[in-house]
Design a protein around this ligand. Structure first.
Ligand code: NAD
Length: 480
């Protein structure tokens, strides 16, 4: 079994006396990872160490910090297969997808290694005799608190940006993927001075303790409920909160699109990673003209998906992360059926070990069902028929979340209206996933705030200072 150790002040294996976590493989229930739980004292010690090391790391030349990050990226790339396997064993996704998650993490570390030294301030047009500057400085100590659904890619983004800008870090990966977080931290810490990166292990209680400590930023990717409680903790301490949280993304299917192609887009959006993606499709608004064909094609696509253990190369969809999460997903589906949704496929808990759940399609759904109103995070496609594009746009926009949306349409006018009017951070037209590198958006409402990724994350994790620099007055002749 994989054994996790904490890292505080450069010392591995320290603390963790507040209990133990055992992570079971969601494909078969076998234990895969054993992790200690940080005590309050460990959290305080990790923050204290990070604070003590902050000024030295901040004074390290940006090029040297970037070089360390580039070496760390190489180390992660060299150990990619082990990280991918650990990810799959801990949270279930197909190994090929875990490999892609690790590759994305390596690419992000390399990007931040390049961007860090280029994160320049600017000079201002001041008096002739003065120099006026705006400069970025590290914020100090960043608490990085991450989820399990794409553990390497998400962690690499926050860790890379925080470290390259000269912050020290206390990293608390998800209690559902502590082995993956530990393996990643070991590779990164190997290239950094002691105490610059610290690792705590444990669940929400440890995260809450960390978020309430003397840190300068809490960077959290995770659920909206957690993000809100972190925002409240930051309001008390004065720390900055950068929050990338949940979503209930809509996908609109216009009257003029090929329903079979649209069904494929819905299936990719709703069933990839068993629906456990922040920007998974969670609500489908389809024009009545193409609804019947779309539903038929979507059910066909769901039936073709090969569900199985993530380690089987034939598997296209793995299990849900654990039994507790499967209960939540299934509860939402059965509740929707009770409220009048029509179950077209899936929707039943399969017998046997593991936390598998079938790809599920429901028709006749309504916006006020918790299945649509809240984030489900499962392989479920709830479909709503609409009479007009206007109706689809209005209903898609009415959500407590504002992460992303997809619109499938042949009409340029509809595409233009969609990207202008949808109150979300990211709008994708005619492709459910994808986008140019370097894009970053502000999530809205319950989906968080701040830039949680992209070049702008470097701004979030630094403070900007204005400097006015004049030579001292020359000594007056009578005093010289
Ligand atoms: P979660 O918020 O429950 O857990 C995430 C992290 O927060 C974990 O490390 C957890 O231990 C910690 N935590 C839990 N309670 C805490 C508290 N009170 N104070 C401080 N830390 C606490 O989320 P999850 O279930 O691990 O992840 C799934 C969620 O993450 C989904 O909502 C998904 O949409 C979201 N997510 C969002 C993005 C994005 O970019 N917007 C990306 C990936 C995942």
């Amino acid at each position: 079994m994989y054994q996790v150790e904490q890292l505080i002040g450069g010392e591995w294996g320290i603390g963790g006396t507040a209990g133990e976590l055992v992570v079971a493989d969601p494909a078969d229930g076998r234990p895969v990872t054993r992790a200690p739980v940080a005590s309050d004292g460990d959290v305080d010690a990790a923050v204290k160490t990070a604070r003590q090391r902050a000024s030295q790391w901040a004074r390290t030349a940006p090029a040297d910090r970037a070089a360390a990050l580039a070496r760390a990226a190489d180390a992660v790339a060299a150990d990619a297969e082990r990280l991918a396997l650990l990810t799959t064993q801990e949270m279930g996704r197909p190994l090929e997808e875990s490999r892609a998650g690790v590759a994305a993490g390596v690419a992000t570390l390399r990007q931040y290694a390049e961007l860090g030294p280029l994160h320049r301030g600017r000079s201002l047009a001041g008096d002739d005799g003065a120099v006026d500057l705006m400069v970025h400085q590290p914020r100090g100590v960043v608490a990085v608190i991450t989820p399990w659904n794409d553990p390497v890619a998400v962690s690499c983004g926050l860790l890379g940006a925080a470290l390259v800008t000269g912050n020290t870090v206390v990293y608390k990966p998800s209690e559902r993927t502590p082995g993956t977080g530990h393996a990643l931290a070991r590779l990164l810490a190997g290239e950094l001075p002691a105490g610059v990166l610290n690792l705590l292990s444990g669940g929400g209680r440890v995260g809450a303790r960390l978020a309430g400590q003397d840190v300068d930023v809490v960077a959290h990717v995770g659920s909206t409920a957690t993000g809100r409680s972190i925002a409240a903790a930051c309001a008390r301490t004065g720390a900055k909160a950068v929050l990338e949280n949940g979503g209930s993304d809509p996908l609109i299917v216009d009257a003029d699109v090929d329903p079979y192609w649209a069904a494929e887009q819905v299936a990719v959006g709703a069933f990839s990673n068993a629906g456990q993606i922040c920007t998974a499709v969670e609500r489908v608004y389809v024009h009545r003209a193409v609804a019947a064909s779309l539903l038929e094609a979507l059910v066909g696509r769901a039936a073709q998906l090969r569900v199985g253990p993530g380690t089987d190369p034939k598997t296209q969809m793995g299990p849900l992360v654990d039994l507790a999460h499967r209960d939540l997903v299934h509860g939402k589906v059965t509740d929707a059926v009770r409220r009048g949704a029509r179950l077209l496929c899936g929707g039943t808990v399969p017998p046997g070990p593991g936390s598998f759940y079938p790809p599920t399609v429901l028709a006749d759904c309504a916006d006020d069902m918790p299945l649509l109103r809240e984030e489900t995070f499962g392989p479920v496609a709830p479909v709503v028929e609409v009479d007009t594009f206007d109706e689809a746009l209005a209903r898609a926009g009415r959500s407590p979340y504002g992460l992303a949306a997809t619109v499938l349409t042949g009409s340029m006018a509809h595409a233009q209206r969609a990207w202008r009017e949808l109150p979300v951070g990211t709008v994708k037209v005619n492709a459910v996933f994808g986008g140019a590198p370097g894009g970053a958006a502000h999530p809205r409402r319950g989906s968080g705030h701040g830039f949680g990724y992209g070049p702008e994350l470097l701004d979030e994790l630094t403070v900007t200072k204005v400097v006015h620099l004049r030579p001292a007055a020359a000594l007056a002749p009578e005093r010289s």
